[in-house]
Design a protein around this ligand. Structure first.
Ligand code: ATP
Ligand code: MG
Length: 437
């Protein structure tokens, strides 16, 4: 019997594998050829789109506006989001954090225990009702449910520490939503929560996250413009730390001294804080910034009301120490778009760009060689194989902000080369076809 079943099973496995390879090849051939994808660049952005990031991302085919503060992410936009997520995921996994995905629908119960289901306390709730009766919320953040979730898994000091994170859609009924994807009523956040048996352990982990955030913003291309900023804490900590990217259209006001080693949010610009930080008011300059991340030492803020406890070495019940660490993933995409855009359009750092190359073949031979380049670099290439004029293609490559435009034509082939132009610097080089890889 097995002699028959095993070959049949392995044949079927191979078959399934083959089909999945075929599907992948088909998917790639659709998504990366402009002649096959449904997206088009648009001459105009919607009239009510006043933010630069929203207008450019819409015109370049990355996002689509449903209504104020509510956007769809199209194939190119989704690739940028995935690249941002990949960088964050790699850095958090390296700290030993575990990825989960929680629900957006919220049981009011844990929120009632902390007082945060009350619209007077949290004024941005979206709430809805069950057909069978009873209220539900759409999560604006996840401290309460994650604390309740961990009650099932933490009972002893041996279960600690724990660090879990997710990439999750958050819902906030923001009063104003005129900043494109910088402020959504529905947006993507990475939220990490850590659980510890002692304050020292929380402090050590917090310091590790600070370093990881430094690496994340560096890799996202925002390193030189993003600063860890003192901001208001809460009942258990004097300060929280925000990550603020200096940006003309940023909604926050921050104060910094010349070398930027001290940056603080306007909300904590008080004599006592200045004394704490060892700076004088007249040493500080004012600027606007976008909050791309925010980290807190929560300590017992949620674990106490939700009774998340553990038994220590002496079997004494103690309350778990907590920290929380957010990054606004979709806001980060908008900040990068705003930061690097010029009069021609978007301009992505390589680490987040949807594709590395924007490929154009001109003439019969040029097109044939372009097909070869595309075969060799399918995953990294957006192939403009439309029957449009080169000038139109060049303008779209600039609007879309792909890091390198690769043009292969009779002229470049005379040199056995391709013309490669950097979007960031505008620099053009002829590179021999053999060296292109
Ligand atoms: P803001 O002050 O901008 O309203 P927040 O302090 O209320 O933000 P947090 O609760 O700290 O936001 O959320 C973590 C991160 O999520 C923020 O640092 C920010 O990058 C992002 N974020 C918050 N609200 C929005 C929003 N409406 N749209 C897009 N991103 C957001
Ligand atoms: Mg914040």
């Amino acid at each position: 019997m097995y002699q028959v079943v095993i070959p049949i099973m392995s044949y079927l496995c191979l078959k399934v594998n083959y089909i999945s390879v075929l599907i992948t090849v088909w998917y790639n051939s659709v998504i990366m050829r402009l002649s096959k994808t449904f997206i088009k660049t648009l001459r105009d952005a919607p009239k009510d789109e006043t933010a630069k990031n929203g207008a450019l991302l819409t015109r370049a085919g990355y996002i689509h506006k449903e209504m104020a503060g509510v956007y769809d992410f199209l194939p190119l936009g989704l690739r940028v989001i995935e690249n941002i997520k990949k960088i964050i995921r790699e850095e958090l996994n390296a700290l030993g954090c575990e990825e989960i995905q929680m629900t957006a629908l919220q049981n009011p119960e844990p929120w009632e225990k902390t007082g945060r289901f009350d619209d007077q306390e949290v004024d941005i709730w979206f709430k809805t009702e069950l057909a069978s009766g009873g209220e539900l919320g759409l999560a604006p953040t996840h401290e309460e449910p994650v604390t309740s979730l961990l009650k099932t898994y933490i009972s002893s000091y041996k279960d600690l520490p724990v660090a879990v994170y997710q990439f999750q859609t958050k819902f906030r009924n923001e009063l104003r939503a005129k900043s494109g994807i910088l402020r959504g009523r529905e947006f993507l956040m990475k939220d990490l929560y850590s659980f510890h048996s002692s304050e020292e352990d929380l402090n050590e982990f917090y310091a590790e996250v600070e370093k990881a955030y430094g690496r994340i913003f560096e890799r996202l291309g925002l390193g030189t413009e993003t600063f860890e900023t003192f901001a208001s804490g809460g009942i258990f900590s004097k300060y929280s730390h925000e990550y603020q990217t200096f940006l003309p259209v940023g909604e926050d006001t921050v104060y910094y001294n010349g070398d930027k080693s001290v940056v603080l949010n306007k909300e904590v610009l008080e004599p006592e804080v200045l004394a704490d930080l060892g700076v004088k008011r007249e040493e500080l300059a004012e600027t606007t910034a976008a909050e791309v991340g925010n980290i807190f030492k929560l300590k017992f803020k949620y674990s106490e009301p939700l009774e998340l406890q553990f038994a220590d070495e002496n079997n004494q019940l103690k309350t778990v120490y907590m920290g929380c660490y957010g990054i606004g993933v979709s806001r980060v995409m908008g900040v990068i778009a705003e930061k690097f855009a010029d009069e021609k359009g978007l301009c992505w750092p390589e680490s987040v760009a949807p594709f590395k190359y924007y490929l154009v073949g001109i003439g019969e031979r040029g097109t044939r060689e372009a097909e070869k380049f595309y075969d060799a670099h399918t995953d990294e290439t957006l192939f403009d194989d439309r029957s449009a004029r080169p000038g139109e293609k060049f303008a779209d490559s600039e609007l879309m902000g792909i890091p390198y435009r690769v043009v292969i034509s009779d002229k470049t082939l005379a040199e056995n080369a391709a013309e490669v132009t950097s979007r960031m610097t505008g620099e053009t080089k002829l590179i021999k076809l053999d060296n292109l890889a």
